[in-house]
Design a protein around this ligand. Structure first.
Ligand code: HEC
Length: 136
């Protein structure tokens, strides 16, 4: 039973590695931009410059539409991407209403979706999560 578990985890890790090899080229550039835009949103919120927050949120949203990743047709990935888009929409709406509190909360939801998707799909984070699960 234990051997089976180890084999299953190994298969998952290897799968994750192969997956992220592809991921690396397809998304690296896009993700760097995502980080810039997310930072732009934070800047907009902290300075109460809603236009800046909105501009960057729109850019973030456009990226999730054109993300090279949708070609993967991985259901879990798509679910993560959908959550991300939804969170960005919430952020956009709140920023358009100039609702600082709401936009800040929406921003934290966006950040959570970044982290969630990464934990599941980014190579290093995926491997780390597997190791942690094994150690339990
Ligand atoms: C739907 C899944 C998903 C979401 C949502 C997501 N990412 Fe990523 N991200 C990935 C994957 C997969 C990689 C691995 C590709 C890579 O390492 O180049 C990655 C890589 C990165 C990298 C590393 C790029 C590099 O130079 O190596 C950064 C930075 C990053 N993401 C930032 C973000 C930020 C900020 C957000 C949220 C605003 C976000 N990501 C949301 C999937 C996602």
């Amino acid at each position: 039973m234990k051997k089976l578990l180890v084999a299953a985890v190994a298969a998952m890790v290897l799968g994750g590695l192969a997956f992220s090899g592809f991921a690396q080229n397809a998304t690296k550039e896009a993700m760097r931009k995502k980080l810039d835009y997310a930072q732009g949103v934070l800047e907009g919120l902290t300075l109460q410059e809603f236009d800046l927050a909105i501009t960057n949120a729109v850019l973030l949203r456009d990226m999730s539409q054109t993300n090279a990743f949708s070609v993967l047709k991985n259901q879990d990935y798509l679910a993560n991407a959908t959550n991300f888009t939804r969170a960005v929409d919430g952020l956009l709406n709140a920023a358009k209403r100039e609702d600082l509190q709401g936009a800040t909360e929406a921003y934290t939801r966006v950040a959570r979706t970044c982290v969630q998707c990464h934990e599941q799909f980014r190579r290093d984070q995926f491997v780390k999560a597997q190791e942690k699960a094994l150690a339990k």
